[in-house]
Design a protein around this ligand. Structure first.
Ligand SMILES: Cc1cc2nc3c(=O)[nH]c(=O)nc-3n(C[C@H](O)[C@H](O)[C@H](O)COP(=O)(O)OP(=O)(O)OC[C@H]3O[C@@H](n4cnc5c(N)ncnc54)[C@H](O)[C@@H]3O)c2cc1C
Length: 454
């Protein structure tokens, strides 16, 4: 086995949204960085996705978004109840992007700034020496090589090729529970002689029979082309998303028009609170590999970008003092948990409640506006159920004698607040992490007991 060249500053393993964003940032700041991915440049972000992203995400992550990668401008999201009789409209700017074009642009820009790029190359495993990560083993054709760097970034998405092979006593090796991820399937359909009503509105449908523990979506790319898919909670014995798509969704009026399928594919995605820690000695995990997807709506690109930006800050700190230990890289955890993780953890509590609500409760909740449109926006951005919402819901529910739902809603609001507080008090140093994890685990255990979820 040979070693490739000299030691790099940074290896970025995986060039999806998380890896490419960090590659772009680090190359522009003059780091000696190499990006590695098994895909070729033409379909570099080819993993299936709904391709929708809020307009605020790229500026927040200090990324440029060239206009030619935008396929469609989004002005609102419609959320439908199971019967589809109730519709909430949430206004907000966003885009449907051409993922491959954006990924390619970020990588080619980074290459212009001196990044090395290894495509069609498999990352096999991390190299751990002297109790720290010092690089990765890669395979291209039949050739196996070692690439070494001061910092290795795990950005291989849900496959987590590096994390899975780290020593099990490192906190960063934390696995995900089977019920904490969804399996999703989507098709890009092109209508032959039909046009979508308002292509600037993307649609989400809540229906536990079609998408148990998840939802199905209809995201127009243009007047005639639409990204349609569904996500199903894993670990509950539900049918596969492709089976549900074929048996339950293709009968829907929106799919009764003639169309061709331009592309179809499925993939898993984490839908839980962020990883307890995203750093270890000489290693950082970002994006799906760091479980940074929004637990409620499954949007992960924006949070991959944000995590990449916080990782950049931690990397700059590490190089400024020449220390690549877990303690210095900790800044990524502190920034992510404070700015995003606390909200995501709170939404994770809400996710567990929602996933276990039957269709009639979902319908009832939307019909009675237990959580009205403006509060959905508040909850999804702040990660809190406002007290006034719970009080309002209490009055409605008492009047309608649904005491069990009322009790659950109060419990949910209480635990959302408590987990948020725990994340806001995320440990300042790695030594205090085990104690904090114990508190988080206990809180989840009690919460699930109280609302009766296994
Ligand atoms: C069906 C579906 C719909 C979704 N819809 C949306 C949406 O509308 N909006 C949104 O924001 N998010 C959505 N998401 C989530 C979003 O796609 C992810 O959060 C996002 O792609 C995560 O980026 P990432 O870079 O962390 O991982 P990935 O996109 O998974 O990228 C990982 C990269 O690592 C490479 N890699 C993996 N293993 C190896 C290996 N062994 N060797 C070499 N390379 C390797 C892969 O080729 C890939 O390029 C959706 C996900 C799914 C599955």
């Amino acid at each position: 086995m040979s070693t490739r060249g000299e030691e790099y500053d940074i290896i970025i393993a995986g060039l999806g949204p998380a890896g490419s964003a960090l590659l772009w940032h680090t190359a522009r700041r003059g780091f000696r960085v190499v990006g590695i991915d098994m895909r070729k440049i033409e379909n570099i972000w080819g993993k299936p996705c709904g391709d929708a992203i809020g307009a605020h995400h790229t500026p927040e992550a200090k990324l440029e978004l060239p206009s030619n990668v935008i396929k469609n401008n989004v002005s609102a999201i419609d959320i439908y109840s199971p019967s589809e009789k109730i519709r909430y409209r949430i206004h907000g700017e966003g885009y449907i992007i051409d993922r491959n074009a954006y990924g390619r642009w970020l990588i080619e820009e980074a290459e212009k700034h001196g990044a090395d790029i290894l495509l069609k190359t498999n990352i096999i495993e991390p190299i751990v020496e002297g109790n720290r990560v010092v690089g990765v083993r890669i395979k291209s054709g039949e050739k196996v090589e070692e690439v070494r760097a001061k910092i290795t970034v795990e950005a291989t998405g849900f496959t987590r090729v590096i994390r899975r092979k780290l020593p099990s006593n490192w906190s960063i090796s934390e696995d995900i529970l089977p019920t904490e991820y969804e399996v999703a399937y989507r098709e890009i359909i092109v209508y032959e002689n039909h046009e979508v009503d308002d292509p600037s509105v993307i649609r989400i449908y809540l229906n536990q029979e079609i998408a148990p523990g998840g939802y199905w979506w209809f995201f127009p790319e243009s007047k005639t082309s639409v990204n349609v898919g569904l996500g199903v909670q894993n670990g509950r014995g539900y049918p596969t998303p492709i089976t549900l798509y074929r048996t339950k969704l293709t009968n829907h009026p929106l799919l009764r028009h003639k169309y061709i399928v331009r592309n179809s594919a499925g993939a898993p995605l984490p839908t839980r609170r962020p990883s307890n820690t995203m750093v270890g000695p000489g290693v950082i995990a970002i994006g799906d590999a760091g479980y940074t997807v929004n637990p409620i709506h499954g949007g992960g690109m924006g949070y991959s970008f944000r995590a990449a930006y916080f990782a950049l800050k931690a990397i700059e700190d590490a190089f400024s003092i020449g220390d690549f230990t877990e303690k210095t890289l900790w800044r990524l955890n502190l920034e992510y948990m404070k700015n995003i993780g606390a909200k995501q953890a709170s939404l994770d509590i809400f996710r567990i409640f929602l996933q276990n609500l039957p269709n009639n409760d979902l319908e009832f909740g939307m019909e009675k506006k237990l959580l009205p449109e403006q509060d959905i926006y508040y909850t999804s951005t702040k990660g809190e159920l406002e007290l006034s919402v719970v009080e309002k819901a209490s009055i409605i529910l008492r009047g309608l004698s649904r005491p069990s739902l009322l009790l659950k809603l109060k419990t949910v609001a209480d635990y959302m607040k408590r987990i948020k507080e725990l994340y806001e008090n995320y440990p300042e140093t790695p030594s205090k992490l085990p104690q904090w994890i114990k508190k988080v685990d206990e809180l989840y255990y009690r919460y699930k007991e109280e609302i009766g979820v296994k």
